[in-house]
Design a binder for this molecule. Structure first.
Ligand SMILES: NC(=O)C1=CN([C@@H]2O[C@H](COP(=O)(O)OP(=O)(O)OC[C@H]3O[C@@H](n4cnc5c(N)ncnc54)[C@H](OP(=O)(O)O)[C@@H]3O)[C@@H](O)[C@H]2O)C=CC1
Ligand SMILES: O=C[C@H](O)[C@@H](O)[C@@H](O)[C@H](O)C(=O)O
Length: 309
């Protein structure tokens, strides 16, 4: 059987499969979250910048009212870039919207600070249309503020997201607390094996995001994925989600469609032969210089990912 949980460096367990909420629209998010929890998801991934945490909170409330216990659900949310100098304030806003008094995991969403006093609360821009960044506020400074949250009891663990090898190597020598998690884009078109290996070596759990290739699930059409799905008699989505668990990582999938939410709970154990087909596909893309990153917001920052540097 495939793993259902992984242990974090805090000793807590993170469910291997999580439910994503990015781009879940207003009017749909509460239903999607409540449905996901009702069919057995135990891990919900949120973020302040998704602008829908109030509806996620309503979905959580519906689940708690139905008898699901808070301690049985793993909730992650993320510090947004305009709050790098006001970390606890951003956490408090998320907790209020979510209707919770703690989250299981609090992540730095991107290792770059944006202007807290700019022309937009979440996405401030300069007159030339570029993002209004505070380049002199380093991600290490932000991490030090996040470390202080542990004593408040409002977060059970802290971690990072979108950290490349370069950024991890800058952070770790300065960190008092090793991040519990690095949440990164991951799928056979972008396995980021060097980051995964480094994180595993340092006791940092990896969570894969956009496993289906994000909006429109483009990864489901890849012939290698379809081949493994046919061999195993499962769906391409099942292969794409199971791939991470076989690599020792948790995975987040998002949907607002009830049938898909339920179908995405199917995880199977991929064997060496299945993984070889997917790894060969990655090797071929690498050879052709065709690795694909689907999520790369226009910060105008070199985050140190080799495919984007
Ligand atoms: N830390 C970070 O910076 C990031 C974190 N994340 C997190 O990871 C989560 C997952 O990643 P996300 O980018 O949303 O993308 P996913 O790879 O989960 O793909 C979501 C898309 O696939 C569709 N879909 C879902 N299941 C199926 C299925 N079984 N068959 C066909 N289509 C399907 C969804 O459609 P529909 O909803 O219409 O059903 C949606 O269009 C996010 O929601 C977020 O929580 C994601 C990106 C960045
Ligand atoms: O979590 C999902 C993504 O990182 C998302 O939060 C960003 O892409 C954001 O929309 C942005 O434009 O910076």
């Amino acid at each position: 059987m495939a793993a259902t949980h992984f242990k974090l460096n805090t000793g807590a367990e993170i469910p291997a499969l999580g439910f994503g909420t990015w781009q879940s629209p207003k009017g749909e998010t509460k239903k999607a979250v409540a449905y996901a929890l009702s069919v057995g998801y135990t891990h919900i991934d949120c973020a302040y910048c998704y602008g829908n945490e109030d509806e996620v909170g309503e979905g959580l409330k519906e689940a708690f009212d139905s008898g699901i216990k808070r301690e049985d659900i793993f909730v992650t949310t993320k510090l947004w870039c305009t709050y790098h100098s006001r970390v606890e304030e951003n956490l408090d806003k998320s907790l209020k919207s979510l209707g919770l008094d703690y989250v299981d995991l609090y992540l730095m969403h991107w290792p770059v600070a944006m202007n807290p006093f700019g022309n937009d609360e979440r996405f401030p821009k300069l007159v030339d249309g570029s993002r209004d960044l505070i380049r002199e506020h380093s991600h290490i400074q932000t991490w030090k503020s996040m470390e202080k949250l542990l004593a408040t009891g409002k977060v059970k663990a802290i971690g990072v997201a979108n950290y490349s090898l370069r950024y991890l190597k800058q952070l770790l020598p300065e960190a008092t607390t090793v991040p519990a998690v690095n949440q990164i884009e991951n799928h056979p078109s972008l396995p980021q094996q060097e980051i995964v290996d480094f994180c595993h070596e340092k006791g940092i759990h990896v969570t894969a995001y956009s496993p289906l290739g994000s909006t429109g699930s483009p990864m489901m059409k890849e012939p290698a994925v379809i081949k493994v799905a046919e061999n195993k008699g499962v769906t391409p989505a099942c292969v794409l989600l199971s791939y991470h668990i076989a690599r020792g990582n948790s995975v987040l999938s998002k949907s607002i469609t009830p049938e898909r939410i339920k179908a995405n709970m199917q995880i199977v154990k991929l064997d060496e032969g299945d993984m070889k087909i997917l790894d060969d596909y990655t090797a071929e893309l690498t050879k052709q210089g065709k690795l694909t990153r689907y999520v790369y917001p226009a910060f105008g920052v070199d985050f140190g990912f080799p495919d984007k540097s």
